[in-house]
Design a binder for this molecule. Structure first.
Ligand code: PLP
Length: 418
């Protein structure tokens, strides 16, 4: 049949334009990455045609012998990568994985305790318009207003006062490692299920650069498309004890047919995530974030009222605090966009500005590390960001420096001919 460019030139053009944007700019949205060619191939495969409700060996459709191979590989690789007893690789996305966990362990009206959205939590951890906030009672812990850190004494106080049925540990915007053992002790003290959502830092865990929550938690969820650099999707890990409950919460509890092309692409991503090359990429990711945090805490930057929450980072992202800057989050995001750096504005704890404006930026390094950036390029990127956020920046010159970095690290070379 006819190629996309003939069948639908408008969509073909949008895809081409997006490829051009990804190639010509520096992608620094902390939750994004560039998947390897092998992942793109699996995800764009004929497996998209197959219905496979059920689980490998127990499907409600015929003809599942080959998609079973793919799903079994994804399951075994996920278990090995994170040292888990069971993996469910069917959630369509991180949010679906999280709904499955909540429905597996909670009844409507039970209490879920998570990090407040305004302090870096995710909307699936209790935001009032989300499934989590609508069906469950919510209790929230926060970061310390002085240090910006999660204070385990405060977490314990909230847990003792609120007596949650489940505690969720994880974040979308927090630059430090969490103490899983301390969360486990608190969960045990109040009789709560411990759920870790490692969506952001799963790649670092796979590379051994961040503590693994699997030994501490009853259940762990993650997205596969952030630091893990796989297809846009979700994953649930748990002990053998909870396997049945989790599987039936995903299907038939919440989803119908699994996306077999995406599951095959997850298997590929998990295979790659077990390699030394992947571990080195994660090391460059974390080192790059530290280099940029160092640059953004230098005197010339702090003089312009720009600072970094918690003073640095342990992970793949930096949270920039603009409360003392002339720029708000929206203006800073727009300026960086003008020089070709893509970031997102982000509310900071106790943000005085509204959520569509904010007083912060979230800046991440996974996509640039995947592109091949090392310390020298991250140093130059940090300089460009610092110059852009200072008054009187020469935006044209800075755009030129971004274009040079982008040109030096080609992305998806020859994709047109694959
Ligand atoms: N959990 C956390 C901690 C996240 O940061 C995200 C995504 O930003 C999700 C869950 C949801 O993932 P998805 O966008 O795939 O539904």
């Amino acid at each position: 049949s006819a190629p996309l460019a003939e069948v639908d030139p408008e969509i073909a053009q949008a895809i081409d334009d997006e490829l051009g944007r990804q190639r010509g700019t520096l992608e620094m949205i902390a939750s994004e990455n560039f998947v390897p060619r092998a992942v793109l191939e699996a995800q764009g495969s004929v497996l998209t045609n197959k219905y496979a409700e059920g689980y490998p060996g127990r499907r409600y459709y015929g003809g599942c012998e080959f998609v079973d191979v793919a799903e079994n590989l994804a399951i075994e690789r996920a278990k090995a990568l994170f040292g888990a007893e069971h993996a469910n690789v069917q959630p369509h996305a991180g949010a679906q994985a999280n709904v499955a966990v909540m429905t597996a362990f909670l009844k409507p009206g039970d209490k879920l305790m998570g990090l407040s959205l305004a302090h870096g939590g995710h909307l699936t951890h209790g935001m009032k318009l989300n499934h989590s906030g609508k069906f469950y009672e919510i209790a929230a812990y926060e970061v310390d207003p002085e240090t910006g850190l999660i204070d385990m004494d405060q977490v314990r106080e909230v847990a003792l006062a609120e007596k949650p049925d489940m505690i969720v540990v994880g974040w979308s915007a927090y630059p430090r490692e969490l103490d899983f053992a301390a969360f486990r002790r608190i969960a045990d003290e109040v009789g709560a299920i411990l759920w870790v959502d490692m969506a952001h830092f799963a790649g670092l865990v796979a590379a051994g650069l961040h503590a693994n929550p699997v030994p501490y938690a009853d259940v762990v969820t993650t997205t596969v498309h952030k630091t893990l650099a796989g297809p846009r999707s979700g994953l649930i890990l748990c002990t053998e004890e909870h396997k049945k409950k989790i599987n039936s919460a995903v299907f038939p509890g919440q989803q119908g047919g699994p996306l077999m092309h995406v599951i095959a692409a997850k298997a590929v991503a998990f295979k790659i995530a077990a390699t030394e090359e992947f571990a080195q990429r994660q090391a460059r990711t974390v080192e790059g974030a530290r280099i940029i945090a160092d640059r953004l805490t230098a005197d010339d930057v702090t003089d312009a009222g720009v600072s970094v929450l918690t003073g640095g980072t342990d992970v793949h992202l930096i949270l920039v605090d603009l409360r003392n800057s002339e720029l708000d989050g929206k203006q800073a995001e727009d300026l960086l966009h003008q020089v070709g750096i893509t970031v997102n504005r982000n509310a900071i704890p106790n943000d005085p500005r509204p959520p569509m404006v904010t007083s912060g930026l979230r800046i991440g390094t996974p996509a640039l590390a995947s592109r091949g950036f090392g310390p020298a390029e991250f140093r130059e990127t940090g300089d460009i960001i610092a110059e852009t956020l200072k008054p009187g920046a020469d935006l044209d010159a800075l755009r030129g420096r971004v274009s040079k970095l982008a040109a030096d690290f080609p992305l998806y070379e020859g994709l047109e001919d694959w």
